[in-house]
Design a protein around this ligand. Structure first.
Ligand code: SF4
Length: 278
């Protein structure tokens, strides 16, 4: 897309995010429907696992950013979750189903409070950042939490409410680290997935080589996005989590699964928009 400026055509920046990169990689037709045709609001369905995940994330965000460390107790975290839950109860098949998801959410926030250091004072929680990378490419990313470690370096922590996958895909965190490294002077040297169900943390080092590799991959994807014109549908396991099955020519009427694979879980926005602009 372009706009006229002083008689010259100026290309609009290509805005990408870890989610849009993932969608483009999996199915370009889904990418078109969501980011170009912008049909997501029309077709998005409430999902129980998404409601649960959003309430858990919002609870932990408030717990570590709004509650003083000496009041971060089990009672406080339970009250926060109940409060968030009351605000939205969408996507459930009925009361029994909702209770099951609520119990799961409560177990996760309680275990988090008991097992992890809740006196931590994060540098950021759920803060969206963007950075210009390369010519006309803007990457937007939002980290669940960024801690400043004792040595002054930064550590990205991403909460996962679903099952731990057999193999970890670090792309999402590498892209978050890429944006953060452009916006903060302190080095980003670690990134972790914290799986709240099993209460397990998996950590990887972030080195300059890792950031260079992530940038190179992003630029490669951006080039493909710019060159794409056919937007072929590529059905796969991800179809079960796609909002566009009712209108997809390749796959229609998929049943809604009861959980999403981590990495495809998209959270509600609590004030900061994900880059939906291709
Ligand atoms: S249903 Fe599957 S093939 Fe169709 S747009 Fe969605 S992800 Fe692509």
């Amino acid at each position: 897309m372009s706009a006229a400026a002083g008689g010259k055509s100026v290309a609009r920046p290509l805005r990408l995010s870890p989610t849009s990169v993932s969608v483009f990689t999996q199915c370009r037709y889904q990418y078109k429907l969501r980011y170009i045709d912008k049909l997501r609001d029309q077709y998005a369905r409430a999902k129980p696992y998404l409601t649960m995940a959003n309430h858990v994330h919002a609870t932990l965000r408030d717990f570590l950013s709004r509650v003083p460390p000496d009041r971060r107790t089990l009672e406080t975290v339970e009250a926060l979750l109940r409060d968030h839950w009351r605000r939205s109860r969408v996507g459930f098949r009925g009361e029994v189903d909702e209770q099951r998801w609520a119990n799961k959410a409560m177990a996760q926030v309680k275990t988090f409070t008991e097992r992890w250091d809740v006196t931590v004072q994060p540098l950021m929680v759920e803060k969206g950042l963007e950075a210009q990378l390369g010519s006309g490419i803007v990457l937007y990313a939002k980290a669940d939490r960024v801690d400043r470690e004792a040595d002054g370096n930064l550590h990205i922590v991403d909460y996962k409410t679903g099952n731990k996958p057999p193999k970890t895909d670090w792309t999402q965190l590498f892209l978050q680290a890429l944006v953060l490294s452009r916006r903060q002077s302190a080095p980003v040297d670690r990134a972790s997935f914290l799986y709240l169900g099993p209460s397990a943390m998996e950590t990887t080092s972030i080195s300059p080589d890792v950031l260079d590799g992530a940038l190179w991959e992003l630029l490669r994807t951006a080039r493909k996005v710019r060159q794409e014109s056919k937007y072929r549908a590529t059905p796969g396991t991800w179809c079960g989590y796609c909002d566009f099955t009712p209108i997809c020519t390749a796959r229609g009427g998929e049943a809604t699964p009861s959980s999403a694979p981590e990495g495809q879980l998209e959270l509600w926005d609590y004030g900061l928009e994900e880059a939906d602009d291709p």
